[in-house]
Design a protein around this ligand. Structure first.
Ligand code: ADP
Ligand code: MG
Length: 393
């Protein structure tokens, strides 16, 4: 099992690193979790439904006032041991290291609203795997916004904060993501997943309190460098599909409407729409099944979601398909209810619902067979649903 420091340990690490870097005690420490999406992929930017939960993996920032220098937030990231000073409004993103554009976008959007932090020193530590579909980028953005709240003493409304972080990723990083990742990191509650209506931003809690069932995240440790170009393409294709169907967003279309218009649509556009329309329904059915502990049904919906991502939306890859097929092969008798890719696609992680008593055996088989089939080394961890971003006392 892939272990990571607990939140408490990570907080201590961040404070210790702050002391090493800046020779003083940190005044503020904040944490923002990554997330795993149980079902509902690429539906968020179609105004649809998603079902994420925050994971016990976090970005933690420890910070303090910097005396005797000009305003600006100096960030040191433990990950690459790099330091950079962000001066919102005074820099071009092109001149910054790529990782620093995420916090820069957040700080600059806050500056435009009049929230200025002055001279701050900060260190960033993290246990969210990068680029694995567990949303390290949103965790970094939301942690930055949470730091800004702590420093300024001005709390942001949670939904507003999530939107601001999404705007940072859309307009500064240039990734046209929907609202799910930032929303989960900011607003998830411990002990439950959420079904989020990405149009109204209404939350419907999905309790995952059954100790007999565990959420297993398996990292394929492969990332095909396609997400960057394919994601915006998918977004455009969904818009084309909505236009072809005469609806404002794919959220507003039904399978009956889609089938009626099939002959007038390009096949690829039809298939993209079929994934989204089906996936919205699967999220609703999944949350209903989870609410009554019907894990067999929930698992079936996960496999169906995966098949649609693979065949209709075409965002999977051979390594991820292998992990899902191995899980399916282990089956209910071996302790697996269902499995699917999670996140934007082309690699990253799968999420699997597993009978808690059989987790160790499932992990062993998954990783062994994955290695045999692909030559790649995976990593797996179990996580409970974590709480959203917050300042640490
Ligand atoms: P994901 O969100 O699925 O992890 P992304 O490609 O959206 O993948 O975001 C990953 C990027 O976020 C990294 O390449 C890096 O630039 C930035 N990032 C995330 N966490 C950190 C961190 N702790 N320190 C520095 N950069 C980070
Ligand atoms: Mg991301």
């Amino acid at each position: 099992m892939d272990t990571a420091p607990s939140l408490d340990q990570l907080v201590l690490q961040a404070r210790e690193l702050f002391r090493e870097q800046y020779g003083a005690d940190a005044r503020w420490t904040v944490a923002a979790p990554g997330r795993v999406n149980l079902i509902g992929e690429h539906t968020d930017y179609n105004d649809g439904y998603v079902c994420p939960m925050a994971i016990e993996r976090y970005v933690v920032i420890a910070a303090g006032r910097a005396e005797g220098r000009d305003a600006g937030v100096r960030f040191f990231t433990a990950l690459s041991q790099e330091e950079t000073t962000l001066r919102p409004g005074e820099q071009e993103t092109i001149d910054l290291p790529k990782w620093a554009v995420y916090p820069y976008g957040v700080l600059d959007l806050l500056r435009k609203r009049g929230m200025m932090l002055g001279a701050i020193d900060a260190v960033v530590v993290s246990t969210v795997p990068l680029g694995g579909g567990l949303s390290s980028s949103a965790a970094l953005e939301v942690a930055t916004a949470t730091l800004a709240e702590a420093v300024s003493g001005q709390p942001l409304d949670g939904r507003d904060k999530a939107r601001l972080c999404q705007m940072a990723e859309n307009h500064y990083v240039g990734m046209p993501c929907g609202i799910m990742d930032q929303f989960s990191s900011a607003l998830c509650s411990a002990g439950e997943a959420m079904r989020l209506d990405c149009r109204s931003l209404e939350i419907h809690p999905v309790p995952l309190a059954d100790p007999a069932v565990s959420v297993l995240v398996t990292n394929s440790n492969v990332k095909h460098e396609l997400t960057g170009s394919e994601y915006p393409t998918r977004r455009k294709q969904c818009e084309q599909a909505a236009t072809a169907l005469g609806v404002p967003m794919l959220r507003d279309a039904t399978i009956e409407l889609l089938e009626a218009k099939r002959d007038s649509m390009e096949d690829v556009i039809y298939r993209r729409a079929r994934h989204i329309i089906g996936e919205n329904q699967r999220v609703i059915d999944f949350s209903a099944a989870a609410a009554v502990g019907d894990w067999a049904k929930a698992g079936e919906l996960m496999y169906a979601s995966h098949a649609a991502m693979r065949d209709d939306f075409e965002i999977s890859c051979p390594e991820i398909d292998a992990l899902v097929e191995i899980a399916r092969g282990i089956g209910p008798a071996g302790g697996v209810y269902g499995s699917r890719m999670t996140g934007g696609g082309f690699g990253g992680c799968t999420v699997t619902l597993v009978e808690t008593a059989k987790v160790d055996a499932v992990v062993k088989r998954l990783l062994d067979e994955y290695r045999q089939q692909t030559g790649a080394e995976g990593a797996a961890f179990v996580t409970r649903p974590a709480g959203g971003a917050h300042a640490i006392k």
